[in-house]
Write a protein that binds this ligand. Sequence first.
Ligand code: 13P
Length: 247
Amino acid sequence: MRRKLVVGNWKMHGSLAANAALLQALASKPEQGAEMAVCVPFPYLQQAQAVLRNSAVAWGAQDVSEHAQGAYTGEVSAAMLGDFDCLYVVVGHSERRSLYGERDEQSAAKVAAALAGGLVPILCVGETLAEREAGSTEAVVSRQLDVVLRHCGVEALSKAVLAYEPVWAIGTGRTATPGQAQQVHAFLRHRVASADADVARGLRILYGGSVKAANAGELFAQPDIDGGLVGGASLVADEFLAIAGAA
Ligand code: 13P
């Protein structure tokens, strides 16, 4: 049985003052059915660690270098994230891919670096609206997933989380219907199963894209949706807690 997981991706939002209230509200929530985590901007990792330590909420980062160390100005290694007791790191988010030119191979190398550093990568895949309308959703997510399978091996996914985030649903208020999301989640699980059925059965596949308290319940009720990767709604404590409550 896969335990549901709800992860907040704060993106480039927050301040020490605003985070304090948000993190405190999350930390004071008793453990519930679903596992919870927040992926915060790098400068706030220490704050998240200080407030969330001994709480039911884990923390992590939104990106990681594919390199272990060296002359890579501006980059942050998996070991550095480990210094702040990060559990999770988001890898290959569509904003990294589209705005910063991250390539499939680079995302795969980041998954490997995260795993080598003892972190749990949350690998994001998803198609743009043009790709969906062209009928290439499955081709796009397969391409993004297969690079990781080739580079890291299917066993890597037994220590990772997959997230399906249709680009057209991110920050747009336009959520995939539960049926649309389930279809892609089932497709992804099937694709992993063709490499290793046990890994596929245990793999948590999160949905991301305009998840809110109002739509979380029906999304998370789908058989292959194991929780959510939540952007905007994770910045509001009550809303994020309600989403976790729906899981
Ligand atoms: P929104 O929930 O704001 O649509 O963002 C989704 C996302 O990109 C999470 O990683």
